[in-house]
Design a protein around this ligand. Structure first.
Ligand code: C5P
Length: 219
């Protein structure tokens, strides 16, 4: 059931985890499946948008009709996003970007010598906040996965990252969220909000895309 809510618009979506190398054979990452972001990319294509999907390492097929750019690290994801940002009308950041990366990636495999190993990490760039701070910024939508004070933390991120909209979800809710096929979202913007009740990520993606189209067209 294609619609034309986003006809003619260019949309960039980040999805999945990032992978931060420690040495030539090891990395740190997280369990993000990328399902929500891929569902949003699919829904945006079906709503008539031209979609670029910047994907971390995930095991998902590319939604039909979107352009996919695979990346591993947060630095690479940022580079890709900055390249596409120029011609992006709406940026939707669903990626679970690693907060930190190794301060130095070892050139050779780290050997198991002592009984303890200490590594130093440094903060990764905030991809969403960086794109939202651009002069010619796209309409920016973030996600906030929280385990407490969900709405308050989400509203904080809306303001602090300079976003137009944020989709909050309570990660403690039974059977929803991370890695699950279902989710529920509380979508918040400057002068309004809407609860999208628990359903499949495909259904939620459709609802979110409609809300984004509504708010984008108000601007
Ligand atoms: O601050 P927090 O990680 O909770 O923010 C989540 C939102 O910010 C998500 O939309 C996520 O994709 C985005 N983000 C990002 N780059 C980071 C961290 C988060 O784009 N380094």
């Amino acid at each position: 059931e294609p619609t034309s809510e986003l006809a003619g618009l260019k949309i960039m979506v980040t999805a999945g985890p990032t992978r931060e190398p420690l040495d030539p054979v090891r990395f740190i990452s997280n369990h993000s499946s990328g399902k929500m972001g891929f569902a949003i990319a699919d829904a945006a294509v079906k709503a008539g948008a031209q979609v670029t999907l910047v994907a971390g390492p995930v095991n998902l097929p590319t939604p039909q009709g979107c352009q996919r750019h695979n990346v591993l690290s947060a630095d690479d994801m940022l580079k890709a996003c900055e390249t596409y940002a120029e011609s992006t009308d709406i940026f939707i950041a669903t990626a679970a970007v690693a907060d930190y990366k190794a301060s130095q990636v070892a050139e050779n495999k780290i050997k198991k010598v002592g009984d303890e190993l200490t590594l130093t990490f440094i903060k990764n760039p905030d991809i969403l906040a960086t794109i939202a701070a651009r002069q010619n910024k796209p309409f920016c939508v973030g996600f906030a996965a929280e385990s407490e004070n969900v709405e308050a933390y989400a509203r904080g991120k809306l303001v602090n990252k300079g976003l137009d909209m944020i989709a909050a979800n309570d990660i403690t809710a039974e059977g929803l969220g991370f890695n699950s096929d279902n989710n529920a979202l509380h979508v918040i913007w400057n002068d309004g909000d809407k609860h999208l009740p628990a359903s499949s990520k495909a259904e939620l993606a459709k609802g979110l895309v409609s809300l984004i189209a509504q708010q984008y067209n108000k601007n």
